[in-house]
Design a protein around this ligand. Structure first.
Ligand code: GLY
Length: 323
């Protein structure tokens, strides 16, 4: 049986990661695979998935794509990876189906787009991007968002195709518990994916996507599609993507709270620590955040046992990951 090391586990030491995050100059990409990463699971798929996502984002930047294109490309890799709670592999609602939320934001123009409670999209981040680019709106939800995605040519898939055997088995356990002890007794496990990117000219962007908390009530929406809570980006501040308990993150508008600290002079690394501290102190919340500043400095922090994450900068052959 796999025994996960309880200590910090990563491609680099803590000090080496800190040095990498504190370097200035883009292009660079940071991704997270959620602050609910299990301590009892083999971390290998989380390392591999987050590395692949960060590398996909950097390829876009090096090919001349925007920071928003890069964050989106990284998010798609994680939505398609069944180990993460977003897109394929998302957590199930108490009804036993999947409801997805996603958002993105461009720091140069403050354009933002989000979808909530969509059930038939393989990559909800693509629908969020279409809301961002093609409509005067910021947030669309439910059947209206799905109809808009269809009009935009985004492929639909059956809800059942998003459900993995692992999530079905978890749902079964939680369902049995809910039947014995009541639905509100079920501890809402966490999971989200996100990406932040900065290009070589100081433009930043963020993208975030989730299936939400496990065994959530149908129609429940957390922080992920809410601009300022789950996602934020402003070239005059920073870009941030949150993960953790949405009900708490919403109360402190965590992504914007972190970006404002960078605007006011904090490094992205210390802004991330402060934002997660705010989450804990003011909302008793568990979670984490990743940040990219316009000067290329990066940050991450979390107050859960593990948050899978990876970082890559121009000039590196491969992303460096940790859980
Ligand atoms: N952070 C994701 C959620 O609470 O839905």
């Amino acid at each position: 049986m796999f025994r996960a090391p309880m200590a910090y586990a990563g491609d680099l030491s803590q000090a080496e990661f800190d040095e990498l995050l504190d370097r200035r100059g883009g292009p660079a990409v940071v991704v997270h695979g959620g602050a609910g990463t299990r301590v009892d699971a083999d971390p290998t798929p989380y390392f591999e998935g987050t590395r692949r996502a960060a590398e996909a984002g950097l390829r876009v930047l090096l090919g001349g794509g925007s920071a928003l294109d890069a964050a989106q490309a990284a998010a798609i890799v994680l939505e398609d990876d069944p180990h993460f709670n977003a897109g394929t592999g998302a957590a199930l609602t108490s009804n036993g189906d999947v409801e997805l939320d996603a958002s993105c934001m461009d720091g140069t123009t403050l354009r933002a787009g989000a979808v909530a409670c969509v059930k038939n999209l393989k990559n909800p981040i693509l629908a969020a991007r279409r809301v961002c680019d093609d409509t005067p709106h910021v947030l669309m939800c439910g059947p209206g968002a799905e109809a808009f995605a269809r009009e935009s040519g985004i492929a639909e898939i059956p809800n059942s195709a998003l459900i993995t055997p692992r999530q079905r088995a978890r749902w079964q356990e939680l369902h049995e518990q809910a039947q014995r002890e009541g639905a509100d007794s079920v501890r809402r496990k966490l999971g989200t994916i996100g990406a932040v990117a900065v290009d070589g000219r100081g433009h930043v962007a963020a993208a975030t996507s989730t299936g939400g908390t496990m065994y959530k009530r149908p129609g429940r929406v957390g922080d992920t599609p809410i601009i300022g809570a789950g996602t934020y980006a402003d070239d005059h501040e920073a870009a941030a993507s949150s993960t953790g308990l949405g009900e708490a993150i919403l109360k402190v508008s965590m992504a914007r709270a972190a970006c404002v600290r960078v605007r006011d002079g904090a490094s992205p690394r210390s802004a991330a620590v402060a934002a997660v501290g705010l989450l804990r102190e003011r909302a008793q919340g568990e979670g984490g955040i990743i940040i990219a500043g316009p000067d290329g400095r990066l940050g991450w922090a979390y107050n859960t046992p593990r948050m899978s994450r990876a970082v890559i900068r121009a000039g590196m052959n491969s992303a460096k990951a940790a859980v």
